[in-house]
Write a protein that binds this ligand. Structure first.
Ligand code: BG6
Length: 504
């Protein structure tokens, strides 16, 4: 069993300025991740956290509220002395994007605090706000000069998802940000890249000699990427009903998985090389016509049902959801990648809410062996050769293959070889944001999305968005909460002579 990770360097002194500090994300993930970094001595020596509230919040009220959040969402037992040292770093300033003067005042306050805390002027602005606020906040930060890199101080902007709602809006947002900042200052977060198992896809492929030679159309039949969730939409109706499963999950989280699995080997393990290869493969996803997009997709909406013991209400009866909503809560797509490695290898993607199981995995299905030798074994008795990268809830890798059943005659059965992270490594549970925040502070943007990949992702899903909008509720399937999703998703593979890996 391997213990703690290799020793990491401490980031430069800096201030960490959070917009949207009163919100769920800041309380549930960002602050608990900062706590975990503090607990492992990975915060800068000179550090301050500034929460920006629109109005009426005192420093004490913010500290109380963050502490309450930490008690609820911490991933490890909270040590009060570490927590209070972290809270001592927290201040609260006011700034409202609708009131430019408030940004000027905030700048003056921040500069004073930075001088007192000796942070060297390095700043990280974290936009944990609803996406509508990204452009206005960035504009004000740009106007006041708060983002200008000068006097050897770095200035960085972290932008949460969703980055745009379609190709046009993502391009506009990139254009806005790039007027104010250089690409190297922008950190577009996708929390999937904070997951160890997701980062491990790169290591599995490129730090082992045996996978890469067979990682192509000659040996791989197809690839399935699944992100199934048990939770319904809950209280997020107003966000979700204008977003839907496709926008919420595919151009970001599922495409992170797809790009890591499908990219070419980068020449170096650095941000430029890795991000270029990821962008390249996303740009190679075939852009489908609207007619093909309809043929190659299934969307569904859940109806009431039970997930385990929990009753989930009909999606259309969810708070803040339109009673005649046509928003999909499930999406399945068939994509192809137009390059030599992947020509003719379908990528099937599926994701949904209120399903019977929580599971995130990438399953690589290898081509069947020619079984002339084992003529007496019915094909369906042979196990399918899958390499399954399990991301959640199990973290590990499984290889399925055929083996001889002990006995005098040759009988064949499928078996599994399993690697589980927890059997080998003792990692403390984490939010997944620790690595991402730490990387922002050390200036490593390898795990962040570059403008070109974000746009390539939207480009690939745009025909589906357009086709579904056109179709309205035509072809909108339904499925019962707690099920495996709409039956039509099975047809998508069945017509190619394939099937999804079963749930559970
Ligand atoms: C978020 C989506 O980005 O990712 C949510 O907005 C989704 O709808 C979540 O539930 C899934 O993340 P994870 O880490 O639980 O797979």
């Amino acid at each position: 069993m391997t213990d703690a990770p290799a020793k990491q360097k401490k980031p430069d002194s800096c201030s960490f300025v959070i917009f949207g500090v009163t919100g769920d994300l800041a309380h549930r993930l960002v602050f608990p991740a900062l706590y975990n970094l503090a607990a492992t001595s990975l915060l800068p020596d000179n550090f301050c956290i500034v929460g920006i509230a629109r109005q009426g919040m005192t420093g004490d009220a913010l500290r109380d509220s963050l502490m309450k959040g930490l008690r609820e969402f911490a991933t490890r037992p909270v040590d009060d002395s570490i927590a209070s040292r972290l809270l001592e770093c927290v201040s609260c300033f006011e700034a409202d994007p609708k009131d430019p003067a408030s940004f000027d005042q905030m700048k003056a306050q921040l500069e004073k605090l930075e001088a007192a805390r000796n942070t060297g002027g390095n700043r990280l602005f974290y936009l944990a706000t609803p996406p509508g606020a990204f452009p206005t906040i960035s504009r004000q930060l740009g106007r006041t000069g708060l983002l200008k890199e000068e006097d050897n101080a770095w200035r960085r902007l972290v932008v949460e998802k969703p980055f745009g709602t379609d190709l046009a809006s993502a391009r506009t947002l990139n254009g806005e940000l790039l007027k104010i900042l250089d690409e190297h200052q922008i950190y577009r977060i996708d929390h999937y890249l904070g997951k160890e198992t997701v980062q491990n896809i790169l290591v599995l492929r490129f730090a082992n000699g045996m996978f890469e030679p067979i990682w192509n159309r000659n040996h791989i039949d197809h690839i399935q990427i699944t992100v199934d969730e048990k939770l319904g939409v809950g209280h997020r109706g107003s966000f979700y009903d204008v977003t839907g499963a496709l926008r919420d999950m595919v151009p970001n989280h599922l495409f992170q998985l797809l790009s890591l699995v499908a990219m070419e080997p980068p020449a170096r393990f650095d941000a430029h090389a890795v991000r270029s290869e990821k962008a390249e493969v996303l740009a190679a996803i075939q852009t489908q016509s609207e007619a093909d997009a309809l043929k190659n997709s299934v969307r569904g909406q859940y109806r009431g049902g039970k997930v385990g013991d929990t009753e989930i209400a009909d999606y259309r009866k969810t708070e803040d959801v339109k009673p005649d909503s046509t928003t999909e809560t499930y999406a399945a797509l068939k994509l192809t990648i137009d390059n030599w490695r992947w020509a003719g290898v379908p990528f099937y993607l599926r994701t949904g809410k209120a399903l019977g199981i929580k599971r995130t995995e990438v399953a690589i299905k290898f081509k069947q062996a020619p079984f002339a030798m084992f003529r007496d074994t019915p094909v369906d008795r042979l196990s399918q050769n899958y390499l399954v990268i399990s991301i959640e809830p199990t973290e590990g890798i499984t290889l399925q293959f055929n083996t001889k059943v002990p006995g005098p005659s040759i009988n064949i059965d499928g078996v599994e070889m399993k690697f589980r992270y927890k059997d080998y490594f003792k990692a403390a549970p984490a939010t997944g944001y620790e690595t991402l925040i730490y990387d922002c502070m050390i200036g490593d943007n390898i795990l962040f999305q570059r403008a070109d990949s974000v746009e390539a992702g939207w480009q690939a899903v745009q025909p589906f968005l357009d086709a579904w909008k056109q179709a309205g509720d035509r072809d909108l399937e339904t499925y019962q909460a707690g099920s495996e999703g709409p039956a039509q998703a099975d047809e998508l593979l069945k017509r190619d002579g394939r099937s999804w890996r079963k749930l559970g």
